[in-house]
Structures are given as C-alpha cells and as structure tokens.
Ligand binder design. Structure first.
Ligand SMILES: Nc1ncnc2c1ncn2[C@@H]1O[C@H](COP(=O)(O)OP(=O)(O)OP(=O)(O)O)[C@@H](O)[C@H]1O
Length: 232
C-alpha cells in the first residue's frame, strides 16, 4: 500500500522458548504518531527491535517495502530505552559521534533541538539529570532524516516539566513525511500527541485505532480504555 511505512504480517518472536510476540500483524501509515501501549513484558521493546532491523523474527516485517533487517536499517532511527551516549562525552561530542555514524544526520536540526531542549554543547553527559539525558537522546534520534522513528519509553522516569518539553519537541521537530512509534505505559501523560494507538497484550495486538475514533466510539480517554483492556 502506498504511504505505508511499517507493515507486519504474522510476526512472532521466541526467546529461548518464551513467546514475546505472537502472530502480530499491523500497519503504520505515513505522517502518524503512534502510541505502542502495553504493560511490562507485553512485547513493546521486542516489536521495536524487530522494526529497527536489530533482531531476527518469524513472519514478514517491512519498512517502506524492504524486509526489516540490514536493508531497511537506513530508513529507521531507533531510540532504545538505554542511552546512545557514553558518560565521558560532552553534548557536542555525542552530536559529532552521531553525525559521523549516520550520513542522514542533520546538524542544523540538532542545533535547533539542543536550543529548544535547553541543552548546552559543553555539558557533560555524566552530569545531566535523567530528564536532560532523555532530551539529548531524543535530539540524537530525531535529528536523523529517517522515515520511521522508534522511541522506546522516551519519558520513563522523567518529571512532568521535562516530560512536557520532550512531548513538545516531538511535535515541533517531527517531519510529516515520516512516522513515529512511541512505546510507553505512561498513557495519560502522553496520549495528547498520539494520532493512533496500538495495544499490545502478552505479545498480541488487541487493538489498533485512531485516537479520535476511539474517543468517539467509546466516549473514553485512551487511558481509561487502557485500564479496561489491561485490568487484571
Ligand atoms: N533477550 C531476551 N531474552 C529472553 N527473554 C526476553 C528477552 N527480551 C525480552 N524477553 C522477554 O520477552 C517478553 C517481552 O519483553 P519486552 O522487553 O519486549 O516487553 P516490554 O513490553 O518492552 O516490557 P517493558 O515495558 O517492561 O520494557 C518478556 O517476557 C521478557 O521477559
């Protein structure tokens, strides 16, 4: 399908006999910010690593029609839930490293993002607060000119002020020619920026819909639906 960025058909993943993803099928179109929502262990990180082309899987996964793996990697910018930086670096060194590593890295955009994030070039990564470190990771990821951005828990453990800044930065610097998938279990804090949501439960997709549709169909916030679907 035209304008389709990510497509999964019957994707499964086993870790030493443990099923992390079970026959997952989904599509993500161009220009969408998609929330990948699920409780701990539901398979969110595994799905992201597959879409990023980092781990093997069963089934079919494509990014812009290319099989997820070596071929598709250049289209995808992945922000893992662990820092991309080393603690000895200063901010400008982290930016240079990313620039040297990725030909699609846009230094101008990185400069604008650093300013928006109130990060200083000479700050040492080891002295950044958790919120500031997340801002730097996001800057490194969104400054690449990719078609699919995968952000694994970008606001995990971050205070409300930093969180708001991070979400504003995503909206401000996001290019509508691409799509962003954001995994989180902090649904209430982040649902305002989602166009669509995907609920992942025990390795299966149990719901994918546009947020507007969900709200009008069910008369509920995404968070309330999330609580209902994941009630134990
Ligand atoms: N490298 C691994 N080896 C073995 N099992 C793994 C590995 N990575 C993930 N798992 C298991 O696969 C399942 C899905 O894990 P995954 O990290 O994808 O979930 P998640 O939704 O991202 O969780 P969280 O919100 O806690 O980060 C879990 O049961 C986890 O224990």
């Amino acid at each position: 399908m035209k304008d389709q960025i990510l497509h999964l058909q019957g994707v499964s993943k086993n870790y030493a006999g443990k099923k992390a993803l079970d026959q997952v099928s989904l599509s993500i179109g161009k220009g969408k910010i998609v929330g990948l929502l699920g409780t701990n262990g539901s398979g969110k990180s595994t799905l992201m690593k597959i879409a990023a082309g980092l781990i093997p899987y069963e089934g079919s996964a494509t990014v812009l029609g290319k099989p997820a793996g070596l071929e598709s990697k250049a289209e995808v910018a992945f922000m893992p839930d662990r820092p991309l930086t080393e603690s000895w670096m200063r901010v400008y060194e982290a930016i240079r490293m990313q620039r040297d590593f990725y030909p699609d890295f846009d230094e101008n955009k990185a400069g604008q993002m650093l300013e928006f994030m109130n990060l200083r070039d000479r700050d040492r990564v080891s002295t950044l607060s958790k919120g500031m470190l997340e801002r730097l990771q996001l800057t490194l990821t969104l400054s690449r000119k990719a078609r699919l951005y995968l952000l694994d828990e970008p606001i995990g453990g971050v205070d409300p002020v930093a969180r708001a800044r991070i979400l504003d930065a995503i909206l401000e610097f996001y290019d509508e020619d691409s799509s962003i998938v954001i995994s989180t279990h902090l649904v209430r804090e982040i649902e305002r920026i989602f166009d669509e949501v995907l609920f992942l439960k025990q390795g299966k997709v149990v719901l994918q819909d546009e947020v507007e549709q969900l709200r009008s169909k069910h008369g509920k916030s995404v968070e309330d639906l999330f609580k209902e679907v994941f009630a134990e």
